[in-house]
Design a binder for this molecule. Structure first.
Ligand code: C5P
Length: 258
């Protein structure tokens, strides 16, 4: 019996079923309008490398991930030139990006399934634009979610007092910050559940969790540092570059001391 049949169901198949695998899926098909500048933000240089190369290096350093699939815009002609060492046994590329992030993720899930990922395999969806990711945070998410019935996401427990703005940019209300979290990525769900959730939610949702919540399910919140922010606004590039350069300097100092 081959693995495909074993995953099919039934008592014998259940006995022989291999443990679920883990895949990363990186939506990288945005135009980055809010970031300003020329071209998509994921290709802008930060600390000597294009932003997405930092993101993919962090995921490549997580041994439990069987492979990472990057979703590019259909007309992307830059990826292989700026990240030449990515494609291979654990690095897959699909030019199936859509008009929204959710459309890109949904198409990427289809590409993962076409490459043999099963409905009960886990998918960790991570924004190309969160280039400060550390492998240890991914490991913490996996540890927290592997035995969870739904899955979960990295998130930042909000520290600031929240204000609701009116149309003129004045404060309309203060929003109670207790129990509020800012959603980050990776967000980790079973492939089959996530495909159905995104199909039902449509392509307007801004993260995977929202689609899964709409099914009445409660993903787990896994605390992560603010440092895992999404590079979005023009001033974010300077901060992300500074943090990446200081990490590189720390690594170099540690190597010298070793
Ligand atoms: O635009 P935003 O910063 O929210 O995008 C988050 C991530 O989703 C980015 O890595 C971006 O490249 C990706 N994205 C995508 N397809 C789109 C829009 C955004 O893959 N149509």
């Amino acid at each position: 019996m081959n693995v495909g049949t074993a995953r099919g169901g039934g008592k014998l198949a259940g006995f022989m079923r291999p443990p679920p695998r883990l895949f990363a899926l990186v939506p990288c098909a945005g135009s980055g309008v809010r970031a300003g500048g020329d071209g998509p933000k994921q290709y802008r240089p930060l600390a000597g490398q294009p932003m997405v190369a930092h993101t993919l290096a962090a995921l490549a350093a997580v041994p439990r991930l069987a492979a990472t699939l990057v979703v590019l815009a259909p007309d992307d002609d830059r990826f292989e030139a700026v990240v030449p060492a990515f494609a291979g046994e654990r690095g897959w590329v699909a030019r199936v990006g859509g008009a929204t992030r959710a459309a890109s993720v949904a198409a990427g899930l289809g590409a993962l399934a076409a490459r043999g990922a099963a409905d009960d395999d886990w998918v960790l969806v991570h924004d190309a634009a969160r280039c400060l990711l550390r492998p240890a945070w991914v490991e913490a998410l996996i540890d927290a979610c592997l035995d969870h019935p739904v899955g979960g996401l990295l998130a930042w427990p909000l520290a600031d007092t929240l204000k609701q703005a009116d149309a003129a940019g004045n404060v309309a209300a203060t929003v109670d910050r207790a129990g509020k979290w800012a959603a980050q990525t990776p967000q980790m769900f079973r492939l089959g559940l996530l495909r159905s959730a995104l199909e039902a939610a449509g392509h307007g949702v801004t993260d995977e969790s929202a689609a899964v919540e709409a099914l009445g399910l409660a993903p787990r919140l896994v605390a992560a540092p603010l440092e895992n922010f999404k590079v979005t606004w023009p001033q974010d590039f300077e901060l992300a570059g500074r943090l990446l350069r200081s990490r590189a300097a720390e690594r170099a100092a540690a190597q010298e001391g070793a």
